[in-house]
Design a protein around this ligand. Structure first.
Ligand SMILES: O=C(O)CCC(=O)C(=O)O
Ligand SMILES: [Fe+2]
Length: 322
């Protein structure tokens, strides 16, 4: 089992919290957060609504199929996160919900700020409202964390919130439902294949069913996988590749996967990523003579788009027999 730090977002000793966070980001890039401010009863409601959607007949789910903006329903096997080691796609179905720009905003034509897809209100009353509220609340937690991460990188607290960086974050919620199929690595079957996340940071809520594992040294052979248990009331947070790149490889974006244990599993991720146009360029505070910049600058959007295209199937409708 992995031993991960626990960051208390309400600790008034911000300096100590930022130091603890820095250590967690240097070591494994995975940690828990508590006292995040999202109420337990509300979390319960979000999971209930998620269950309701995934329990619909496939014909109904097909009506919300992932659109050209990467929003909506993604069927089982649609995504393959670790093609080299998987004999088929991930044994999970999902649902993407992201930010929408007002029609007259310059970014409105950009797919990352495009229209969401919603199941019918008659079928799932209050579903959209619950998910929009959760995305907004989780984004606020993401901002709080981004402030602490900035401090832990010796930057100003509002570094990531500056206009052009995260004033229009690509904060994408993803509901996940893993099938009850047991993962068998020897057969190449996984709930979700080994990967690191692409963006800045991910906030993960789970239903208590085990499955999440991390590999702290991706080059070790054999690889060592450690369980990351869910802690009631806490989120698991992990850093993404964009932050690893931004921090010039100082902070870790760690390999993780889901090994289903023969039981259905629900989880909800919020991927908190910078504005589409934000330039991700090795931070001054992470550069030295011994550690010159390792990556050329790239925009957040360019980077994310390439990663979506790498992992998702081109024709999700073909996966549904409807
Ligand atoms: O469901 C989980 O526990 C992990 C999901 C995950 O890693 C992802 O969607 O990127
Ligand atoms: Fe992930």
């Amino acid at each position: 089992m992995a031993s991960l730090a626990c960051i208390d977002l309400q600790n008034s000793d911000v300096k100590t919290t930022a130091e603890l966070l820095r250590k967690a980001c240097l070591d494994s890039g995975f940690f828990y957060i508590v006292n995040h401010g999202i109420h337990r009863d509300f979390m319960h409601e979000v999971f209930e609504q998620s269950r309701k959607f995934f329990s619909l007949p496939v014909e109904e789910k097909a009506k919300s199929l992932r659109n050209e903006n990467h929003r909506g329903y993604t069927p089982y096997l649609d995504e393959t996160l670790d093609p080299a080691n998987q004999s088929k796609g991930d044994c999970k179905e999902g649902y993407y919900i992201g930010p929408e720009a007002p029609k007259d905003a310059a970014r409105a034509s950009n797919c990352f700020y495009g229209a969401n897809v919603w199941p019918s209100e008659d079928l799932l009353p209050g579903w959209r409202e619950t998910m929009e509220r959760y995305r907004a609340e989780a984004t606020m937690v993401g901002y709080k964390l981004a402030g602490l991460i900035a401090l832990s990188l010796n930057l100003e607290k509002d570094f990531f919130r500056k206009p052009g960086r995260m004033d229009h974050p690509i904060a994408v919620l993803r509901l996940l439902h893993y099938s009850g199929e047991l993962s068998v690595p020897e057969n190449g079957t996984f709930g979700c294949g080994a990967h690191s996340d692409w963006g800045l940071l991910t906030l993960l809520a789970c239903d208590g069913t085990p499955g999440l594992q991390i590999c702290q040294d991706k080059h070790a052979r054999p690889q060592i996988w450690e369980d990351v248990p869910c802690i009631e009331g806490a989120f698991v947070v992990n850093l993404g590749d964009m932050l690893e790149r931004w921090s010039n490889n100082l902070f870790k974006s760690t390999l993780h996967r889901v090994m289903t244990v023969g039981k259905e599993r629900y989880s909800i991720a919020l991927f908190m990523d910078p504005n589409f146009e934000c330039l991700v360029e090795c931070l001054e505070t992470c550069i030295s003579e011994d550690n010159p910049p390792r990556f050329p600058p790239i925009t957040s959007g360019e980077y994310l788009l390439s990663r979506y295209q790498e992992t998702h199937s081109q024709a999700p409708a073909a996966l549904l027999n409807v």
